[in-house]
Design a binder for this molecule. Sequence first.
Ligand SMILES: [Fe+2]
Ligand SMILES: [Fe+2]
Length: 379
Amino acid sequence: MTKHMFPMNALRSGEFYESDLFLDRKFLLRQGHRVTPALLIKLKKLGAKELGTRLESLAERMRKRLLVLTQEVRGQLANMRDSLLDEFGVKELLPHDLQEKAISVSAACFADAADGRLDDFGNLWQMAEEIAEVVRYSGGEVLKPLDVPEPEVYYSHHSVNVAAMMVGVMSDISDSVGRIQVAMGCLMHDLGTSQVPKEILFRKGPVSEKEFGIIKEHIDFGKRLLMECGEIHENVKGMVIGHHEKFNGTGYPDGLSGADIPYLSRWFSCCDVYDALTTSRAHQERIAPPIALELIGQCVGSQFDPDCAKGLVERLGVYPVGSYLLLKDERIALVTKNYPLKAYDRPEVGIIDMSSGKPVPKEKVRLNSKDDVVDTLDI
Ligand SMILES: [Fe+2]
Ligand SMILES: [Fe+2]
């Protein structure tokens, strides 16, 4: 049987093909079956470069598809995302100065907690207040995660990212006191990881069952830190203790399910996973936001509360700000604004002109139909 090869990058989530696909002579995807985000992630992890098909015309079509988007162009688009967003006038969800300050306060708290010296949460409360005061999300702002210089500071970056994200997407739900509690719960939720041995926490590759048991203990450590806090609101406690509970009751530490999981925790677990998937970290490459939302969508009802997961998509948009899209006229576009709760599948986009060989911002247009988008680019 003849195999015709084509580059793995041409594979698109959500599509069906008229011929079986193969990887290294092994069967990969049956004809007519949908390509899922999980399959793309698996192939990325395996480092797959080329796939095979029995159909020459399919291989030819897939190769042509990539002509519009070579690896070099992908690299340029990735490197220039932030400057293109600036040029299209997209505002930051969390101002850079506050982001840096909050990360350094958070990193200091993680270091103190690791040494068992955490008895003053004053600085963290102040950061929670500032984030709650400043962050406003109307659909046109973007969170620009800072580079994580070393694995040890991943959790302080993650805690601040998720605080801005939660305060932003819950703007229409929480009042001002609630916003501070939300921010504080986010900043505190993973403080217990400071007590987990670093060689387990930052291991590249899979951890054993025993090691996973040790990682799970970060909830207990977090609980103990909360006790040192004295009086603390139930909302904050709920987020620290309940953020790994799953909607179907298979999470930890208590195996709570449905509405027994605190309301903010159900929201939080969507934002927590979204940030973890869309940020580069020690053992994982970043996944494009629309694909991360699709992955969350696949776990609705099992891991996530359907209303909260839907609420997240309705606010961030099917294509969150900063996502790259391929439009049906083969132009590349960068999402610059979403319309929360309304046309959340028809964003405003900035067209990228590639005629000079490097990305140059062109005009902004509002998409009229969700069919204007052919694909999400995993960049
Ligand atoms: Fe956690
Ligand atoms: Fe987390």
